[in-house]
Design a protein around this ligand. Structure first.
Ligand code: KG4
Ligand code: ZN
Length: 342
C-alpha cells in the first residue's frame, strides 16, 4: 500500500514543507528567510517569527503542488532537532495542531538523519542512485561535521565528529572576516573559482581522534594571516579575495577528505556519500568524485536542492520510521542539541 508523508522542516532559517509518496518526492517548497542577511548571521528570535509567518502558506503550497489533500496524508514528519529551539518549536507545534485536527499520526525526525537519507529520495520522472548499506556519509552542515556509518535507514553510527567548529562555520566565519555576506559558504565557493588555491597556506589541524575533525585552528590561522597582511596593506582583502577563498576552500576540502579516506580504509567501505549544506560546495563535490574514481569508491553526491535544508529529506526519514511503526506522541518536544536525541 502507498504511504504518503507530509514533511515539515523548521530547524534553522528555512521554512520548508514537502510531500512524498513512498520514496518519490511529489513537492518540496522552501521559503528562505532574507531577514538575517542584514545581520550577517541567523538571529534566532527573527527566525522563529519568520517561521510562524511562513509555515501555513508553505505547507499549503506543498500540498497543492503535490495534488494531495490533508485527508490523504498518512503521517506528518517533522524535525525535532537539532537546531534553534524557537524555530523547532514552530514546526513541532504546527505539526501537533495539524495532527490533532485531522487525526494523523506524527513522526519525529532527527535533522541530521534527514540530510543523510536525502540520498534515498526518488524524483517523479526518474529513480535516483542509492548507496548500499553499510555506507559512509560525510555530513557537513552549518552546525555539524561528522563521518557516519549508515547501516540501515534507521541505524546510524557517528564514527567521527568535529571537536569544535563545523566545516560550514569555518566557511561562514572566514567569509564574515572578509566582509562577505551571510551565508558565506556559497559566496566563497563562487569566488574560489577565480582564485589560485596555492596562494596561501593555512594551518591544518592535528586531531587525536582517528576520524575526528577540528576547524577552529584554521579559522584562527585565517584571521591572523588577514590581520598581518591588512596591517601592511589596507586593501589586501579586496585585492586577494579570490585567492583567499580558493586557498581556504582547498584547505577545508583537504581536511575533510583526509579523515574520510582514513575511515573508508579502516572500515573497508566503498560506498561513500556526502550530505548537508556544505555538500553543495563545487570544490568538495569534485574532490569527492575524483577521490572516488582514484580509489574505486561508488560516490553519491546529492542534487543541489537536497544539500541545504529541505523538508523532502525530513519526509523520507519520516517514511522509513512510519514504515517501522515508530510514531511520536503528542507530548513530544523539540530538542536543540544532538546529544539529547541519540
Ligand atoms: O545543512 P544546512 O543548510 O543547514 C544546517 O543544517 O546547518 O547547511 C548550511 C551551511 C552554511 O554554513 C552554508 O555556508 C553552507 O552550508 N553552504 C556552503 C555552500 N552552500 C551552503 N558551504 C560551502 N559551499 C557552498 N556552495
Ligand atoms: Zn541542515
Amino acid at each position: 500500500m502507498d504511504i504518503t508523508i507530509l514533511g515539515i522542516e523548521s530547524s534553522c532559517d528555512d521554512t520548508s514543507a514537502a510531500v512524498i509518496r513512498n520514496t518519490t518526492m511529489l513537492s518540496n517548497v522552501i521559503a528562505s528567510q532574507a531577514v538575517h542577511i542584514t545581520y550577517g548571521g541567523v538571529i534566532p528570535e527573527l527566525a522563529s517569527r519568520a517561521h510562524q509567518q511562513n509555515i501555513i502558506p508553505v505547507v499549503d503550497t506543498a500540498l497543492k503542488n503535490a495534488g494531495v489533500t490533508v485527508d490523504k496524508i498518512d503521517a506528518i514528519a517533522f524535525t525535532r532537532g537539532p537546531g534553534l529551539l524557537g524555530s523547532l518549536l514552530v514546526g513541532t507545534s504546527f505539526t501537533k495542531g495539524l495532527a490533532i485536527a485531522n487525526n494523523i499520526p506524527m513522526v519525529e525526525v532527527n535533522h541530521l538523519q534527514g540530510h543523510i537519507l536525502s540520498h534515498f529520495i526518488d524524483l517523479p520522472d526518474r529513480d535516483m542512485p542509492h548507496p548500499s548499506f553499510p555506507f559512509l556519509c560525510l555530513l557537513v552542515s552549518g552546525g555539524h561535521t561528522q563521518i557516519v556509518k549508515v547501516n540501515s535507514p534507521l541505524e546510524m553510527e557517528i564514527i567521527g565528529s568535529t571537536i569544535d567548529d563545523a566545516a560550514g562555520e569555518a566557511f561562514d566565519k572566514c567569509a564574515k572576516v572578509m566582509g562577505l555576506p551571510y551565508p558565506g559558504g556559497p559566496v566563497i565557493d563562487r569566488l574560489a573559482k577565480e582564485g589560485d588555491a596555492s596562494a596561501f597556506k593555512f594551518a591544518k589541524p592535528h586531531v587525536k581522534g582517528e576520524f575526528d575533525y577540528s576547524f577552529s585552528g584554521l579559522k584562527t590561522s585565517f584571521l591572523y594571516t588577514l590581520r598581518d597582511k591588512v596591517a601592511e596593506d589596507p586593501d589586501f582583502v579586496e585585492k586577494n579575495k579570490a585567492n583567499l577563498c580558493a586557498s581556504l576552500q582547498k584547505t577545508i576540502i583537504d581536511i575533510l577528505l583526509d579523515k574520510l579516506i582514513k575511515a573508508t580504509k579502516a572500515l573497508g567501505i566503498k560506498d561513500v556519500a556526502i550530505a548537508g549544506g556544505v555538500s553543495a560546495n563545487s570544490g568538495l563535490r569534485e574532490a569527492v568524485a575524483e577521490t572516488g574514481r582514484r580509489r574505486g569508491w561508488r560516490t553519491f553526491i546529492p542534487e543541489l536542492k537536497f544539500t541545504t535544508d529541505n523538508a523532502a529529506m525530513i519526509a523520507i526519514a519520516g517514511y522509513y520510521r512510519y514504515q517501522q511503526g515508530i510514531l511520536s506522541g503528542l507530548d513530544v518536544s523539540p530538542v536543540a542539541r544532538l546529544e539529547e536525541i541519540l
